[in-house]
Design a protein around this ligand. Structure first.
Ligand code: ATP
Ligand code: MG
Ligand code: MG
Length: 364
């Protein structure tokens, strides 16, 4: 059988590995944490840093196909590897690991709506950027941010003055603050044969900048639904995508507008519902795409809801689980519980399950 190598051993790698194993592949993971979530379900772990050239080459030597579960893989290290097949390629990482490159690609190459933005490197640039982008705006670090880390809200001129006095440093991007009524996301993939595959749109609610719940299908007009699927396909085509790409978008239902927020070159947290609610999950779709297998048109078994279990909620939900037989319970097997840390998730399919899960989460 063939072997799939995964760079990164978190929950995304774990669920990729579970799909790959089900399909009969051998899986090897590279991650510095012994017994990380992915290592718990795969055949072998190489314990090393993600940019350790020797360890990456050892992974490449063991694997027929190499993939990654996050965008901050060292591009330089990947380029130096020999005798390796990385179907997703390095360009996908170049674009998605840098918000400036990403927004430039979305605006100029894919030519789909995105917030106005400007590059900012020093306090003088910020004044210039505010003049073009306007206020309110959000200043973000161009790379490495997640769950809203490294973001500064700029609503007034006073906020701008204040930020200049407490300069964060690094390369930054100023983004127009979009007046959205909803946040949604869509997963897309492309097969080696060139078929573009999209999954149903999820409607996402965040708590303290961390994804909390997803409702599927998103409650949007059928016209907007079609436009979002078309946007996803255009982006996938322009990237010559392999594997799954998660696309986060903003929607304003009053003006009937949609904007792309950001791209993730991998399965996405808001696509976890696909494991139980679709004929082919985003993780199986990812594996199929990278190994060159076809993917059928995606169907949804019924309305679904996914809730992230953050910190202590994993234990609470585990205790409540016996009362809710329709819950699909996922425990990532992380050793340390930290507040806000994604420890697992719950998915339900069908109106009754959604009702019960919504009620349960109102009580805790
Ligand atoms: P993730 O964990 O999704 O990777 P991140 O740190 O990369 O998060 P973003 O997705 O860019 O951050 O932003 C986090 C949240 O902040 C968004 O989901 C949205 O609620 C809000 N936000 C970000 N950019 C904008 C914008 N330009 N206009 C309005 N709201 C925004
Ligand atoms: Mg992000
Ligand atoms: Mg985001």
């Amino acid at each position: 059988g063939s072997t799939i190598g995964i760079i990164g051993g978190g929950q995304l790698g774990q669920m990729m590995a579970l799909s790959a194993k089900e399909m009969g592949y051998k899986v090897v993971v590279l991650d510095p944490t012994p017994d990380c979530p992915t290592a718990q379900v795969c055949d072998e772990q190489i314990v090393a840093e993600y940019d350790d050239q020797e360890a990456l080459q050892a992974l490449a030597d063991k694997a027929d196909v190499l993939t990654y579960e996050f965008e901050n893989v060292s591009q330089e290290a990947l380029r130096k590897l020999t005798h390796v097949y990385v179907p997703q390629g390095v360009r996908l990482l170049e674009i998605t690991s840098n918000r400036l490159a990403e927004k430039t690609f979305i605006r100029d190459e894919a030519q789909v709506p995105v917030a106005k933005f400007a590059r900012v490197e020093n306090p003088a640039d910020l004044d210039q950027a505010v003049a073009t982008v306007g206020l309110p705006a959000i200043l973000k670090t161009v790379s490495g941010g997640y769950d809203g880390h490294g973001q500064f809200d700029l609503n007034t001129a006073a906020d701008v003055t204040n930020l200049k006095a407490n300069w964060p440093g690094g390369i930054l991007i100023l983004e127009e603050k979009i007046a959205f009524t909803k946040e949604i996301s869509i997963m897309v993939s492309q097969t080696r044969q060139g078929q573009l595959i999209t999954w149903p749109i999820s409607e996402n609610v965040h708590q303290n900048h961390i994804l909390k719940t997803c409702m599927i299908p998103a409650d949007v007009s059928s016209d907007l639904n079609d436009r979002v699927h078309a946007i996803a396909k255009t982006i996938a085509e322009k990237l010559d995508l392999r594997g799954v790409l998660g696309i986060e978008l903003f929607v304003n239902q009053e003006t009937d507008q949609v904007w792309v927020n950001e791209l993730a070159p991998r399965p996405h947290n808001s696509g976890h519902y696909t494991i139980e609610a679709c004929n082919v999950s985003q993780f199986e779709g990812h594996i199929r795409s990278i190994v060159g297998l076809p993917i059928p048109t995606i169907t949804l078994h019924g309305p679904a809801m996914m809730v992230n279990l953050l910190g202590d909620e994993l234990l609470q939900a585990r205790q409540a689980f016996p009362d809710y037989p329709e819950w699909h319970f996922h425990d990532y097997g992380k050793a340390a519980v930290k507040p806000g840390r994604k420890m697992g998730h719950l998915t339900v399919v069908g109106a009754t399950g959604i009702d019960d899960l919504s009620k349960y989460f109102q009580t805790i």
